[in-house]
Design a protein around this ligand. Structure first.
Ligand code: GLA
Length: 378
């Protein structure tokens, strides 16, 4: 029997970095995995529980990585077993440099032994960073390919997540190097927007802009990744940025779904407000993200502060998002022609308010500052 291809739709799950950073530990991760099931998130498709940087203890005398002994007293296999017993999948982090971004042992020149170690821990997902590594494209391709091959050689299906941040256009070569998703931007922190030249702490809008024009590179088996969801952080956790409004978090979630982005939560699921849970549980939006056609939305209209994005869906349907970037309310209109439709659609459904709209000659939408509204056209 052949194994099904990985990442037919964008992966969904949770990653430790935004909430726990250097305090990542066995108990917290087990509790968060338990919460993923209890809150119904597993049933909605959230599946991967990923340990980011700083899980490490070091390398032993044989050159094998081992986890931090106090924070992971039972070891990684036991943690993987707990996660698998819940029906979830287990992810881990390493780096193509000699050290990780937080100066832990990296996998450069240890690709084979590290891939074998991860496989022996029953790892299902590897996020692979690019700190302390050479700038040039050839070196990056070589280093990611080396780990890609080492993972394949283990015989275990392991989803391979590139974290090269975009400077070497990984969307052009990641699939060939074994990747299933690749970051297109530096880290998204807990804020709405950031100056364009501040390259390594982006706001929601700045990361969104990085996705524009990359739509042809995403599809089943390989996804552009504008980084994790900051939804639910509210200025808490380990992530800088200071927090966003609920409207802004809604915009991130809606646009990430439009973009067929990986949906990796970063908030503390042990302690989640009702409105955050409702947001990340929005079935209609998740359905857009997970649509089997796997199309990333593209921008069809921009008028200074307003934008309209379109996502083709399976069965000839489409989703359209209206986004207001401005600090003031704004009304945006799009004709069916701008949306690429020959005729007016038979039905238009507002996915936030869960109601059908009367179909006229165009779609006109009133938006609050930083608000996004999403409609399904059938
Ligand atoms: C880089 C990555 C982040 C995170 C940290 C860990 O900055 O972009 O997502 O993994 O490293 O050190």
């Amino acid at each position: 029997m052949t194994t099904p291809p990985l990442a037919p739709t964008p992966p969904m799950g949770w990653n430790s970095w935004n909430c726990l950073k250097g305090n990542v530990n066995q108990q917290a991760v087990m509790d968060i995995a338990d919460a993923m099931v209890k809150l119904g998130l597993k049933d909605l498709g959230y599946e991967y529980v990923v340990l980011d940087d700083l899980w490490h203890g070091g390398r032993d005398a044989d050159g094998r990585l081992f986890p931090h002994p106090e924070r992971f007293p039972l070891g990684m296999k036991a943690l993987a077993d707990h996660i698998h017993a819940l029906g979830l999948k287990f992810g881990i982090y390493s780096c193509a440099g000699e050290q990780t971004c937080a100066r832990q042992p990296g996998s450069h020149r240890h690709e084979q032994i590290d891939a074998e170690t991860f496989a022996s821990w029953d790892v299902d997902f590897l996020k692979y960073d690019y700190c302390f590594a050479p700038d040039d494209l050839d070196a990056a391709i070589r280093r990611y390919t080396a780990m890609g091959k080492a993972l394949q050689a283990t015989g275990r299906p392991i989803m391979f997540s590139f974290c090269e941040w975009g400077p070497r256009s990984p969307w052009l070569w990641a699939r060939k190097a074994g990747g299933h998703l690749w970051r297109v931007s530096f880290d998204v922190v807990d804020k709405w927007s950031s100056p364009r030249n501040n390259s390594n702490a982006l706001g929601i809008l700045t990361a969104l802009d990085r996705m524009e024009g990359l739509e042809n590179h995403a599809g089943p088996g390989g996804w552009n990744d504008p980084d994790m969801l900051i939804v639910g952080l509210h200025g808490k956790g380990a992530m800088e940025g200071g927090g966003c409004t609920m409207t802004e978090y809604r915009t991130q979630f809606a646009m990430w779904c439009m973009l067929a982005a990986p949906l990796m939560l970063g908030c503390d699921l042990r302690n989640l407000a009702k409105e955050d849970l409702e947001l990340i549980s929005n079935r209609d939006l998740i359905g857009l993200d997970q649509d089997p056609l796997g199309k990333q939305a593209f921008r069809v209209q921009r008028d200074g502060c307003g934008e309209v994005w379109l996502k083709p869906l399976q069965g000839g349907k489409a989703a359209v998002a209206f986004l207001n970037r401005a600090e003031h309310p704004h009304t945006l209109s799009a004709t069916w022609k701008t949306l690429g439709l020959e005729n007016r659609p038979a039905a238009v459904r507002d996915l936030w308010d869960q109601r059908e709209l009367a179909v006229g000659d165009a779609l006109s939408v009133e938006l609050l500052p930083h608000e996004t509204k999403v409609f399904m056209l059938a």
